[in-house]
Design a protein around this ligand. Sequence first.
Ligand SMILES: Nc1ncnc2c1ncn2[C@@H]1O[C@H](COP(=O)(O)OP(=O)(O)OC[C@H]2O[C@@H]([n+]3cccc(C(=O)O)c3)[C@H](O)[C@@H]2O)[C@@H](O)[C@H]1O
Ligand SMILES: Nc1ncnc2c1ncn2[C@@H]1O[C@H](COP(=O)(O)OP(=O)(O)OP(=O)(O)O)[C@@H](O)[C@H]1O
Ligand SMILES: NC(=O)CC[C@H](N)C(=O)O
Length: 575
Amino acid sequence: MRIALAQLNATVGDLAGNARRAAEAHAKAAALSADVIVFPELFLNGYPPEDLVLKPAFQDATRAELERLATACAEGPAILMGTIWRKDGKVYNAVALLDRGRIEAITAKAELPNYGVFDEKRVFASGPMPGPLNVRGVRIGVPICEDIWTPEAVETLAETGAEIIISPNGSPFDWHKPDTRMNIAVARVTESGLPLAYLNQVGGQDELVFDGASFVLNGDRSLAVQLPAWREALVVTEWQHTPSGWRCQSGEVAKLSDGSAAAYDACVLGLRDYVDKNAFPGVVLGLSGGIDSALVAAIAVDALGPDRVHAVMLPSKFTSDDSLQDAAECAKALGIRYDKVSIEPAVAGLTWSLKDLFAGTNSDITEENLQSRVRGTILMAISNKFGAMLVTTGNKSEMSVGYATLYGDMNGGFNPIKDLYKTEVYALSRWRNEQRPDGAFGPQGIVIPERILTKAPTAELRANQTDQDSLPPYDALDDILVSLVEKEMPVAAVIARGHTLETVKKVERLLYLAEYKRRQAAPGVKISSRNFGRDRRYPITNRFREDVPSEKPEKTASAEPGTRDGARTHPNVAK
Ligand SMILES: Nc1ncnc2c1ncn2[C@@H]1O[C@H](COP(=O)(O)OP(=O)(O)OC[C@H]2O[C@@H]([n+]3cccc(C(=O)O)c3)[C@H](O)[C@@H]2O)[C@@H](O)[C@H]1O
Ligand SMILES: Nc1ncnc2c1ncn2[C@@H]1O[C@H](COP(=O)(O)OP(=O)(O)OP(=O)(O)O)[C@@H](O)[C@H]1O
Ligand SMILES: NC(=O)CC[C@H](N)C(=O)O
């Protein structure tokens, strides 16, 4: 028995394109004498198709495409194709067995994930516990993704005579996912004694990125084959029937990246697929001489190539010579187009327009934000004129506490570092200076000049400003944020990690208040177990604040319902 695993990159909604790619892979698998070729979860539709599933026209078009594919691939290996399937007014997340020109059988996903980034119960009906499919005389169990995250489906398949388990997946990446998946697969193999082929898709889809990294475990839990992560692969696995059941012959075991390397790969693929699948010629970004925009520029070059990345330095009277030099040096190291556009005339013009209205007021955050907004406006004009998409550069620490200007530096269509805390931004930058990832289009060597890594971060919106004037040091801030965002720890437990009550309460308050900004923020690549976007969905209008035993009464937004004070006070204003 030869089973081809098609770890491919589908595009959501591109039914004809996905079917064409499937037919091409089928032809290759036929040339390699495969008996069956397997595609990832909902490959025909692209995963996750979200509310497209509810659209009758999408359901009809999927059915027509599936039938065309069955006919076109009548010769050669059978196909296990992930597809939506409508029956009796319900729609299922299913796998169709296509063989000899026909849709031979359908199996549906029983366990629909409805947590974190997943909303499958919203659009799909749950299938019955699955039974095996007869694929050219071999009984193959096809639990679909979440079906293997609990024991029941594989247990039922084993009890009903499955000989091999093949699980098509749409399993998005996060830092811990590869280990978690392997543990789950090992558990199912241990319980059932059956070999398990785990097939995951690869590619970016809006804020999700799929790493592939498919593998095959034999019934004794040994790893027979490991496909690479972050790129497409078509691998034909060879199976023998032994006295203890089917066994996959040992094949290539690819080495997987982890830590900063894996996170960097995720950012690159997430940005590349967002840009390419939405047909942008390239990207433009503001390059400030700071670490965030430097890392985003490096990611963009690795994703798209230097010719598709345009950096613009937008200096003001507060921009230091160091920033000008660092931005220019970074652009040179990356080999990208670099322009300088002064924001001074536009800032002066807006200041003039507002002078009567603002007469008698002090200069404050308004004037700082104006500079950021002028930059955002100029960058969007460049995007409009030349067609490149503006990438925005706010890291997760900033997005957490609202340290970014709405309609200013938050302008942009996509943010590759949205789910990286500032301390992780530093770690990935250092890593990239040491290594160039496989398949990257950027150069080897130092791409982020050393001084960018060592100088104090500053927004340069007023004289002598640093981020740490208004925020705790990033090490402390990130520890508090991970505790509050990823772990939902009580405030008292965060304080017990060595932070002051005042600092933790300030960060907690900023985190709640910045929800309105995050709701208007560009999507970005999910890297963590809890990203802002699909994973963490808090209300904007929200008066809940935690009581901390022994806390002195504090003047907060929650303490003053109905007043503008507190809720609208700027982070820079000491409380
Ligand atoms: N709940 C709510 N729902 C909807 N809108 C709400 C709102 N609360 C305030 N607003 C609106 O939002 C405005 C305040 O937001 P916004 O105008 O963005 O301004 P704001 O948050 O007050 O200030 C921007 C912050 O970002 C920092 N910054 C800016 C640029 C770059 C960097 C960097 O280093 O990366 C940092 C800057 O130092 C400052 O701390 C209010 O004037 C109001 O119009
Ligand atoms: N002088 C500038 N020229 C071009 N773009 C700028 C400039 N200043 C800010 N930006 C843009 O606005 C974003 C927010 O920048 P800012 O410098 O205020 O803080 P930051 O979050 O520390 O980012 P960075 O580390 O890139 O400086 C930058 O990443 C950059 O894209
Ligand atoms: N598509 C799915 O069912 C994915 C859910 C699964 N728990 C995963 O992330 O791998």
